[in-house]
Structure formats: structure tokens, C-alpha cells
Design a protein. Structure first.
Length: 273
């Protein structure tokens, strides 16, 4: 035992092992406390894990290299080597700091980055993971596929976050009716249908307006509106309304079915093309 303790490498190894045990125990305790306090999905466990890894790495440097001189020399050599060999990995790593500190998105947010759209289910040092939703802008349904997106993409590509504003977006549906149809009846019918949908889903427009304003997004009114225009085929009725960002397809299905039912009792006919 004495010979073992006289060996400086053995002592450093024991210190390293003890440090690893302490860091793991403290990290598990912190994660357990964070999970108990957070009722919704939290990023605290991920942050704690990365802090623990960084702290352990810094402590290992001090244990094995002893002093700032060797540390700076080693860091310079490592930095130069990484810059040459793993430039993409470094950019991904820097991207993770931008994601966490600038709060570009949180776990559970629905985002679009480049050609990829989905719900964020994990964030890491090099990649973040999306649960893909349908490519069509009006589907909003999960495909069940996972997309691993490099963090570096957030530094150069615009990110559309459909959740952060207020969780609601403006959606539009267009119906083309014949010129002989009563467009005023069609307009009134659409407004009646969307009002019924808002009441059915208990959508409080005033609360949504307040949420938007907290994020410095200002709208004069959030009430639905129907715009009337004319094209070569007939008259177009475009309904614009506030909808939950995850319920666009359901809302369109509801409004379309109700409007088709309304056509049976009104002097309104859809164009054949």
C-alpha cells in the first residue's frame, strides 16, 4: 500500500476516481431535485450533466498537469489540433452554447430549420433531435421519424419557432365559389363556423393577444376575417383565423366539413375546377 501511495501516477488515479464518484453522486442528486420541482419537461438534467462533465474535465487537468503552465501549453496544442482535424465538431459545439444561452428553442417547441420541421425532443453538445412532422405546411402530424440536426446549422440558418410566440399562428383557408353564388352568404357562413370552432376549443383571443404582446408581437385584432377576391374561375373566399400551431389540420378539417354542410342549404356552389 505504501509503495502504491509513493507512486505519483497511482495517487493521481485515486484522486481522479474519487472525483468521478463525487461528481456523479452530486449530479444525480441535483437532477433528482430538478425533476421533482419541474412539472413539465425540463432541460435542467441536460444542463446539469454538461456542467458536471465540464467541471470533471477541468479538475482532471489540474490533477494530472499540476499548474497553469502545462495546462496552457496542453490547451494550445489541443486547440490547434482540433481546429485542423475537427472544425465541424468545434462549430457544432459552439452552436450548442448559442442554443442554450440565447434560448433559440426549448424541448417541446415546434420549429422549422431549413427543410426540416418537427418537435424538439432532445438537445446535445453536437446535435439536437427533432420528431419530424409532415412536410406539407398544413399537416402538423408526426411522421414518427427522428431527425438529428447539427448544432452548427443554427448559426447560419433561420429558425422558425411556432411555439415561442404564443403557441398560436394565423392560418388561412381559401374556397372558390361560382360567380352566380351568393358570396355574402358564403362569407357569413365561414365566420359563423370559425366562431363555433373558437368556442368549441375554448380559445381566448384576449389571453392570446396578451401572450403575443409579452413577446413584443402586436396585433390590433385577433378576430377572424374573410377576404373576398375574384379570379378567372369565380369568387374566392379566404378565411384568416387564429389557430393553435399544432391544430392547423384539425381546424381546416372542421371548417371545411361545416362549410360543405352549409352549401346544401345556401345559394352557394363551389367551382368545378
Amino acid at each position: 500500500m505504501e509503495r502504491l501511495l509513493e507512486n505519483p501516477f497511482a495517487v493521481k488515479a485515486l484522486f481522479s476516481l474519487a472525483l468521478a464518484i463525487v461528481v456523479i453522486v452530486l449530479a444525480k442528486i441535483a437532477i433528482s431535485i430538478a425533476n421533482k420541482r419541474e412539472k413539465r419537461i425540463s432541460e435542467a438534467p441536460t444542463v446539469i450533466k454538461y456542467i458536471a462533465i465540464a467541471f470533471f474535465g477541468v479538475c482532471l487537468v489540474f490533477i494530472w498537469l499540476e499548474g497553469l503552465g502545462p495546462i496552457l501549453t496542453a490547451l494550445t496544442i489541443v486547440a490547434a489540433a482540433l481546429t485542423i482535424v475537427a472544425k465541424e465538431m468545434i462549430i457544432n459545439f459552439l452552436g450548442s452554447f448559442v442554443i442554450f444561452w440565447r434560448q433559440l428553442f426549448a424541448i417541446g417547441d415546434r420549429i422549422q430549420i431549413g427543410d426540416h420541421t418537427g418537435d424538439v425532443i432532445d438537445k446535445g453538445l453536437l446535435y439536437f433531435t427533432l420528431l419530424e412532422v409532415g412536410r406539407s405546411s398544413n399537416t402538423g402530424h408526426s411522421t414518427g421519424r427522428l431527425i438529428k440536426v447539427p448544432n452548427a446549422l443554427t448559426l447560419t440558418t433561420p429558425i422558425i419557432n411556432a411555439t415561442r410566440g404564443a403557441g398560436y399562428i394565423w392560418n388561412e383557408i381559401t374556397f372558390s365559389i361560382t360567380r352566380e353564388s351568393d358570396w355574402q352568404q358564403g362569407k357569413d357562413c365561414l365566420l359563423t363556423i370559425v366562431d363555433a370552432f373558437i368556442k368549441w376549443k375554448s380559445i381566448d383571443l384576449e389571453k392570446i393577444k396578451t401572450k403575443f404582446e409579452r413577446n413584443r408581437i402586436y396585433f390590433t385584432k385577433l378576430t377572424p376575417k374573410v377576404y373576398v377576391s375574384v379570379d378567372t374561375h369565380g369568387t374566392q373566399l379566404t378565411l384568416r383565423y387564429i389557430c393553435n400551431s399544432r391544430m392547423t389540420r384539425e381546424s381546416e378539417d372542421y371548417i371545411t366539413i361545416e362549410f360543405l354542410q352549409c352549401l346544401k342549404s345556401k345559394d352557394i356552389e363551389l367551382v368545378s375546377q
